[in-house]
Design a protein around this ligand. Structure first.
Ligand code: COA
Length: 164
């Protein structure tokens, strides 16, 4: 069973969570991973936070949790944005990202947020399928947004989930 939690307040546990999330980032976003330093700096901003998923079956103690997925998000008054979301490749397709997003929806609604935005590469079929299942709609397409030398440019899709 996977459990979703917000960032711990204990400094050692916090560092452990951020390091593990950085390790997963390096696996799932190899071309553009956010490292521990970047994540730590972002999380120093009041508007940015993180939910993480861990495998309860493998929990030894609070400081030895098997962290398997995460979502970094920003909340600015009535609007929120998913900055990063990822699941350890060993654990993908087990409903973890869905569970993390469901928890995020709950939390945002409690904070009177009206809509949740995100940006996704138009060729990221797995993520787009996840977001569609989560009732996100495409509201904008930024043509040729992702540019890498010697490769065709890829559009960015802006997707939105609205809370009513
Ligand atoms: C996208 C990602 C976060 C999904 O995480 P996950 O924990 O495997 O997702 P879930 O198990 O909750 O999947 C929910 C639904 O999303 C869709 N989905 C997820 N992975 C998929 C894949 N590889 N292919 C097609 N559909 C997929 C399916 O509809 C799935 O439901 P189903 O399993 O009942 O068919 C994960 O693949 C990942 O970390 N990708 C790399 C990082 C990334 O692309 N992040 C998003 C950047 S915008």
């Amino acid at each position: 069973m996977f459990v979703i939690e917000a960032l711990p307040t204990n400094a050692v546990e916090l560092e452990n969570v951020i390091q593990t999330v950085a390790n997963i980032e390096a696996m799932v976003q190899p071309d553009d991973a956010w490292n521990q330093k970047t994540l730590t700096e972002l999380l120093e901003q009041d508007s940015i936070s993180l939910l993480f998923a861990y495998d309860q079956a493998k929990e030894d103690s609070v400081s030895h949790r098997e962290i398997v997925g995460y979502c970094l998000y920003q909340m600015t008054f009535e609007q929120a944005e998913v900055l990063r979301i990822g699941t350890d490749p060993k654990y993908q397709r087990q409903g973890i990202a869905s569970q993390v997003l469901n928890k995020l929806h709950e939390l945002l609604q409690l904070n009177q947020v009206k809509s949740l935005l995100l940006e996704v590469r138009a060729d990221n079929a797995a993520a787009i399928a996840l977001y569609e299942q989560q009732s996100f709609n495409i509201i904008h397409r930024r043509r040729n947004y992702y540019k890498v030398p010697h490769k065709p440019a890829v559009d960015a899709l802006i997707m939105q989930h609205t809370y009513i």
